[in-house]
Unconditional design. Sequence first.
Lengths: 187, 436
Amino acid sequence: MSEIKNIIDGCLKGNRRDQELLYRRHAAKLYAVCLQYSGNDEEARDILQEGFIKIFENLGSFKYEGSFEGWIRRIIVNTALEKYRSRHNLYRVDDIDDIPERDADPDNEDYSGLEAVDLMGLIRELPPKYRMVFNLFAIEGYSHREISGMVNISEGTSKSNLSRARTILQRRVGSYTGFKKRRLLNG
Amino acid sequence: MDDRGANIDIVFRNGLKDYEVLPPQGIWENILPVVRRKQRPPAVFRAAAMFAVLVSLSALAYWFSKEIPSAPQAPVMALNQETFTPSPGIMSPALPVSDNTDASTVSKGSFVPAEEVVEPVTIANLTPAVQNPDGALHANELAVNSKDNTDYPAPGYIQARYVGLYEENTLAPADNSAGKAPNRWSLTALVSPTYQSHFSTGTNEAVSQVMNTEQTVLSYSGGVALSYKISKRFSVRSGLYYSTTGRELSGVAAYSGFKDHFYTKGSPNFTVLTSSGNIYTSNNDIFLADGLLSDRIQTSYNNNVFDPVKASLTYLDNSIQQNFSYLELPVILKYKIIDRTLDFNLIGGVSSNLLVNNTVFALSDNGKTTVGTTDGMNIITFSSSVGMGMEYNLSDNLSLNLEPTFRYYINPFTDIPGIRIHPYSFGIFSGISYKF
């Protein structure tokens, strides 16, 4: 903690070297978060850029009471959320609202062949409102009540969106792992 | 469904827990200027802040100067000491006093209220010892009674006589210097951190773009000056100052280890456009890349033909700094507004500045690495300055100085087609003076 404290202190004093060090240390992990919340690379870049500017602006309010990684991740997630809210009206998901509840048995599904890059690709293919709820619930650990306040939807809608996100993911995971297995078997 | 759903949640949560993706290049270069701009208030606010400090200090000094008693009152204060008992022999010829004890014999036309007469001189302490050891006389009699009841300008007369006696008989050591010639010369050492900025007239698209990526670095100025007091109020000062100034060019990444890769001979590997002129690299071991502007660096080694990361060059910094040093020869006129223990002066003058150092370097953990020089800098520049000086006299010979000063450069540091950039600076000079 003392090392990160030194870096933060340097950043607060305007030391450019510490500012760049802080960025270089956390950029890769936070960019992965940005990708996870965005449908395209340009949006991910915007989130990372705006998020880091907020991080530097608010460094003085970090109280060293929790993990610094968790604190900066929350700022990035909030930035992604703001971007989502600002574009909310642009997103349309009507075309996939009639997805059948399930066509795979997740308990018996084999996820062993999936790598992080595959999982990331699957999440990013989700419609924005499903992706947002799935990320907030499954990855960040927020409750439906919290999500309803964050995304301006009802708790019921949040549950429904999560359910649909899971269904889509299970179906796609199934087809994706099947495809990978077939490809491996066929050489 | 929830349990089965939770299963896939865990797959994603664990699978992405430590996932990292390198962000595309250029993001940091976009973040940095915003962060730095937000950390530094705009130049106009900084200038306003400096002006406010200048005015506040001046007002404070003026207020203090009014509060502190002026020097001529000091001997009178000495007379107030209870231990002071001048001999009758000294006093008697000076004060024509009659036996008349009637205070009403105060002269007609020049009557002065008793408090005005008594209080400044505090004659009450003197009278018994001078005229009447029995204490029979009143203090007022000393001031106003004479043998012929002539009109005396009582307070002035008394004060003059008493002060005169006081000086002649050297009753107080503080006034020993009264007969000395005033200290006309003084040697002053001053130093100041200075903040420099500029305003520009005219247009030059490329230079304007470049100026947005440049930041002024904190500079210093200091030196020794000799002053000569022309009159009670005016003095002239000249001396030799050394000052440094510089600019930081954001987004110009510097790498070392390039000497094994370059093959250009006889000309600089890189030219960097700046608002102070073009930088030409003289260190062939340096590779420069621009992360902010596309046209600022001119080179045949651009990113398309040479990748410093693939070539394993050593990254030094994401900016380079221009540094200029000047020897200054100022001629300053000083006008003393208030002459007390804390003097208050107006200062103004001109200075000719000789460029003695012109370097460009990159900072890294290993220190400074020279990059090259800035071309086209004017060797001699002229500046004018105004300020408000405060001088606190520690003794007859020593004083502390504080001089908030604004300096404007009459000619630009460099001549650029289409645009004239006039630098200005603020500094608060502090130092010590020795008078002789």
